[in-house]
Design a protein around this ligand. Structure first.
Ligand SMILES: Nc1ncnc2c1ncn2[C@@H]1O[C@H](COP(=O)(O)OP(=O)(O)OP(=O)(O)O)[C@@H](O)[C@H]1O
Length: 262
């Protein structure tokens, strides 16, 4: 089930990625509409992070191509923000929370320019939006995992991008942080931004996202949550592993989409 859209923000055409000659993504073809909150879902090792990284040009693709805002990746780079997995970052790097968020402004500053008062104001405002204004001078190594994740989100907000890729932004955060983050992501998409999130929890998927990508090396589905998040497609994505979850039909029924908050 792959739904294509007119005027997509992101187009992926026949993308194949191999690591050491072993394919991890195979013939991915999809388009995404602007303003959507997209969940990329699939089992461990399905290639979810690789998909984001290859779209960002961080890992080379074997074949295929990507267009962002109907342009090449390089032409659109200034409009894209990427939030990597928290574990992949060196949190011992000596920097305060404010320093990290200011880094989000560098793309807008131009070469050798120092951040100006307006950049500090944007950075502080972004820290406020994620509830971290009281920690701006704290070294990032001295923040909790959830607080680090909030700072990372503030940095992405400071970039003022139009398309956001986030690799497991809810990993290791508490329930209230998760709620705050999803609320922020909703507000961003309501302003027309597109947010693409690698996500693990099937229970919350339909509450959080309005567009779902199901991936397991191949693309199983890409479409509105109502049509992509079905028992048959989930079974196809997870194979036998889905029996590990309580009961998939119960899960799909419970997620009859009334609870998605606007
Ligand atoms: N740098 C790399 N070199 C070689 N193989 C890699 C590399 N990165 C990932 N892989 C392999 O590629 C496959 C896809 O990995 P990827 O991290 O994209 O999956 P994922 O769906 O994000 O997984 P998870 O849910 O466990 O985070 C896995 O089999 C992984 O072992």
């Amino acid at each position: 089930m792959i739904q294509h859209v007119e005027n997509p923000v992101l187009e992926i055409h026949d993308l194949t990625v191999t690591y050491n000659k072993k394919p991890v993504l195979w013939g991915i073809d999809l388009t995404l509409p602007a303003g959507s909150l997209v969940g990329i879902i699939g089992p461990n090792g399905a290639g979810k992070s690789t998909l984001i990284k290859s779209v960002m040009g961080l890992v080379p693709s074997g074949s295929g191509y990507v267009r962002v805002f109907d342009k090449t990746l390089d032409e659109s780079r200034g409009r894209i923000s990427y939030v990597p997995q928290r574990e992949s970052v060196d949190w011992d790097f000596p920097a305060s929370a404010l320093d990290i968020v200011l880094m989000g402004r560098y793309g807008k500053l131009g070469l050798f320019k120092r951040p100006r008062k307006a950049d500090y104001e944007v950075a502080e405002d972004c820290l406020r939006k994620v509830g971290m204004e009281g920690f701006k001078n704290r070294q990032i190594s001295q923040l909790s995992g959830g607080q680090q994740q909030r700072v990372f989100l503030a940095r992405a907000l400071a970039q003022e991008a139009d398309l956001y890729f986030m690799d497991e932004p809810f990993a290791g955060v508490d329930a209230s942080t998760e709620k705050a983050i999803i609320q922020l992501l909703r507000e961003m998409t309501q302003k027309g931004k597109t947010v693409i999130v690698v996500h693990h929890d099937l229970q919350s998927a339909t509450k959080y996202f309005n567009w779902i990508i199901l991936l397991n090396m191949r693309l199983v589905a890409s479409g509105p949550v109502e049509t992509a998040f079905t028992e048959a497609l989930l079974q196809e994505t997870y194979g036998g592993k889905l029996t590990l979850l309580s009961d998939v039909s119960d899960l799909v029924q419970k997620n009859q989409f009334p609870s998605r908050e606007k």
